[in-house]
Every structure is written in structure tokens, then in C-alpha cells.
Design a protein around this ligand. Structure first.
Ligand code: ATP
Ligand code: MG
Length: 292
């Protein structure tokens, strides 16, 4: 059976039009599980989370005890309301916060604009042993930068190969890169934006500028198609996750990250001290005389 990551990994000529945002590739049907798909996916997310936490601990331990330089970086991209925050809460949230390195990217600051577009990205990379998550990333520099004409065309055009070179460098340094685009439909985005207006506890999430970006939907989809097609490589693949159904989205991303961790063939490091001698030392241990 084809694995979920294999099903969602993009080829060299992606067209988001061909991917249904409400589809659920790889999700076993009711006939197989005997359960309602949503309930089943939510239940599975629990066990996937336990395994994610175990893999993350091995990654952390390998760096700490054995000097392993490896790390994983999950890059999340989506249109507004695409569900990046929810995915982080559900998937990264299953792991130990101590082993996570989560960074969000907004419009570059004055300081950041003085440097090349990868400068702030390099500074935000996770150290060895950690699972990094980027909420938006260097891909904004070929998405919003292109659609909103923040830089001339020749500048953003040259960025695809710069990104590929940069990600190759990271792979050589021990990064496992997992890039996920959460793919929502135009109508689902409208529902979610309306929900942010209706629910007073979500007003803080509403940004009128999101409606301006929405009016350039087709241009954004074209920019995504190019970024996904040009920058999905063996060492840094892109996955498109249909994301209209939140329960499928979380289940699929957990699967992708877990497979990537398993491919790292992690294991707990062996003790580099004499276990028996240490045990004897502790067994012979007596409580210190208390000062009176
Ligand atoms: P949501 O999906 O919930 O709307 P968000 O990711 O949009 O959340 P915000 O803090 O509202 O979070 O927005 C971040 C903004 O920063 C986005 O509009 C994004 O396009 C912008 N941004 C990120 N990187 C860049 C960049 N390199 N150049 C210009 N704008 C950028
Ligand atoms: Mg936004």
C-alpha cells in the first residue's frame, strides 16, 4: 500500500487545481476501520503523537549524549486561515516542548531588510537534536514578495535556485527537511474568515489585509505552483496536504513527520559509562550524616 507521505509528495509539475482540498488521500474508509473517518483519524492522531514523542526523544538524546548533529525542520506554508497554527498545536503539541524550536515569520523588520532574504532564516534554524517548525518561511520571499511585487521579478526569480542551494546545504549539515503546504479551498477560507468575524474570541486573528491577499487568490496559487514545482527535491521534498478537513490535515501531517523521523533510523544512545560500576556505587551509597 502506498504510504501517506508518498501519496502527498508533489511531482515536478504541480498544479493545485488538480488537488481537491477536501479529499482525504490514504485515509482508510469506514469499511476497513469500522468507524466514522473523522473519529478514527482523531483517535489515530493520539497514537501517532505517542510515537512522534518517542522519536523526538531519541533525536534529542542522540545529540545530547552522542554528539549527533541531525535535526528535523518542518516548514509550514498556507494561504491565510490555512491551519498552520492548528497543525502546530496538534502535531508539534504531541512532542516535548523542550525538544521543539518553533519560529513564525512575519513581514521582515528594518534590520532584516538590510540583509539577504535567507539571513533571518539561518538565524532561526533549530540546533542539533531538535525538531524545528517554521510557521511561514523563506518561501514567503517567492510568494507574497512575488504577488505583491515587493521586489523586481528578476530578484524573486533568482530565489528558487538560491533556496534549492540553501536547502542542499542544510541537508548536508544533517537537516531532514519536510515542507508542507496546507491546501484549503477559496470557499473554506471564506468560512474561516467569517468565523473570525462572528466569534469574538477570534477577532484578534482577523486581519483586514487577509481579504486583500484573498483578492489575489489566483496569483497566489500560481506562485505556489511554481514554488512547489521548482523547489521539491529529494533532499527537501514538498508535500501538499488537503486541509479543508482539519482532522485529515492533522492526521496526514503527523504521518508525514513521523515517517521522516523513522527514516532517520534513530535509536537511544548506549551508555558511555560502566553500568555495573555505577549501580554498585549507588547501592553502596549511604545517607549523609545530617548536621544537627
Ligand atoms: P493566519 O494564517 O492565521 O492568518 P498568519 O500566518 O497570516 O496567520 P500573521 O502574523 O497574521 O500570521 O501574518 C504574517 C504575515 O507576514 C503574512 O501576511 C505574510 O505574508 C507576511 N510575511 C511573512 N514573510 C514575509 C516576507 N518575507 N515578506 C513579506 N511579508 C511576509
Ligand atoms: Mg494572516
Amino acid at each position: 500500500m502506498t504510504s501517506v507521505p508518498e501519496l502527498l509528495r508533489v511531482g515536478p509539475a504541480v498544479d493545485l487545481k488538480d488537488i481537491d482540498p477536501s479529499s482525504t488521500p490514504g485515509l482508510p474508509g469506514r469499511r476497513v476501520t469500522g468507524k466514522d473517518p473523522k473519529g478514527w483519524a482523531r483517535e489515530q492522531l493520539g497514537s501517532l503523537g505517542v510515537e512522534l514523542a518517542r522519536q523526538q526523544e531519541m533525536l534529542f538524546a542522540a545529540a545530547k549524549a552522542a554528539g549527533d548533529r541531525r535535526r528535523l525542520l518542518l516548514v509550514l506554508q498556507a494561504m491565510d486561515c490555512g491551519g498552520k497554527d492548528g497543525t502546530i498545536k496538534k502535531v508539534a503539541g504531541a512532542m516535548n516542548p523542550l525538544g521543539l524550536h518553533i519560529v513564525g515569520f512575519g513581514p521582515p523588520t528594518e534590520e532584516e531588510l538590510k540583509h539577504d532574504f535567507l539571513w533571518r532564516i539561518r538565524r532561526a534554524l533549530p540546533p542539533a537534536g531538535l525538531v524545528g517548525v517554521f510557521n511561514r518561511s523563506h518561501y514567503e520571499d517567492v510568494l507574497v514578495a512575488r504577488v505583491a511585487s515587493l521586489v523586481p521579478e528578476r530578484v524573486w526569480r533568482s530565489r528558487y535556485w538560491q533556496i534549492n542551494g540553501f536547502e542542499r546545504e542544510l541537508a548536508n549539515e544533517g537537516f531532514t527537511l519536510v515542507k508542507v503546504m496546507l491546501h484549503i479551498s477559496y470557499s473554506e477560507q471564506r468560512e474561516r474568515l467569517l468565523e473570525r468575524l462572528t466569534d469574538p474570541t477570534k477577532h484578534w486573528k482577523y486581519n483586514p489585509a487577509d481579504v486583500d491577499a484573498r483578492s489575489r487568490w489566483t496569483d497566489y496559487q500560481a506562485a505556489y505552483n511554481d514554488a512547489l514545482s521548482r523547489c521539491s527535491t529529494d533532499h527537501a521534498p514538498w508535500y501538499v496536504v488537503p486541509a479543508d478537513r482539519k482532522w485529515y490535515r492533522d492526521w496526514a501531517v503527523a504521518n508525514i513527520v513521523l515517517e521522516a523521523l523513522k527514516d532517520m533510523r534513530l535509536s537511544y544512545p548506549e551508555a558511555d559509562f560502566d553500568l555495573d560500576a555505577e549501580r554498585r556505587r549507588l547501592e553502596a551509597d549511604r545517607a549523609p550524616a545530617m548536621a544537627s
